[in-house]
Design a protein around this ligand. Structure first.
Ligand SMILES: [Zn+2]
Length: 147
C-alpha cells in the first residue's frame, strides 16, 4: 500500500515534468516571429490604366476646360488694314491676344485690356498654334508669356 501511495503521489510530478518538456518543445518549434504581425506586403502599384494614355502635360486640353486662351503677338496687329493700338497708352505691338467666352481681348504690355471686335475666336484659332501649356490661372499664364 505504502508503495502504491508513493507512486500515486509521484504521478502529478511526472505529468508536470512531461508538460514542462512538451512546453519546451513547443516553444522551440514556434518559429521566430510567430505571433508578430506579418509586415504588410508592399502595396502593388495600381495597374496603370491604359499605358497608351498620354501623360497630362501632353494632353491637349479641350476648349471646355479652359476659361480662356491667350497668345503673344509681338508685331503690330493690323485689322482691316488698321493697326490696333491700346486706347490707354497707345501701344501698338507686343500684345497678348486673349480668347475667352467667344470674345477677343487685346492686352498691351502695360496690362491694359480692350475688347477687339474686329477679330473673333475663329480668327484666333487660325492664328494660334496648339496650346503649349495650360495654366490654372490667368496670372500664371501671363507670367508664362513673359507679361
Ligand atoms: Zn496700354
Amino acid at each position: 500500500m505504502f508503495h502504491r501511495i508513493r507512486r500515486r503521489a509521484k504521478e502529478p510530478c511526472e505529468a508536470q515534468r512531461r508538460f514542462a518538456e512538451l512546453h519546451a518543445q513547443l516553444q522551440d518549434q514556434v518559429p521566430p516571429g510567430f505571433g508578430v504581425r506579418a509586415p504588410e506586403p508592399e502595396l502593388a502599384a495600381p495597374a496603370a490604366v491604359g499605358d497608351d494614355f498620354l501623360p497630362p502635360e501632353l494632353r491637349v486640353p479641350s476648349h471646355d476646360q479652359l476659361s480662356g486662351r491667350m497668345m503673344p503677338w509681338k508685331q503690330p496687329l493690323f485689322l482691316d488694314s488698321e493697326m490696333a493700338a491700346c486706347a490707354e497708352c497707345g501701344a501698338y505691338r507686343d500684345w497678348l491676344i486673349l480668347s475667352t467666352r467667344g470674345e477677343i481681348w487685346l492686352r498691351c504690355r502695360a496690362g491694359h485690356q480692350q475688347q477687339e471686335t474686329r477679330i473673333d475666336t475663329a480668327w484666333y484659332n487660325r492664328h494660334s498654334g496648339p496650346a503649349d501649356a495650360t495654366h490654372a490661372t490667368f496670372e500664371e499664364c501671363l507670367r508664362h508669356l513673359g507679361h
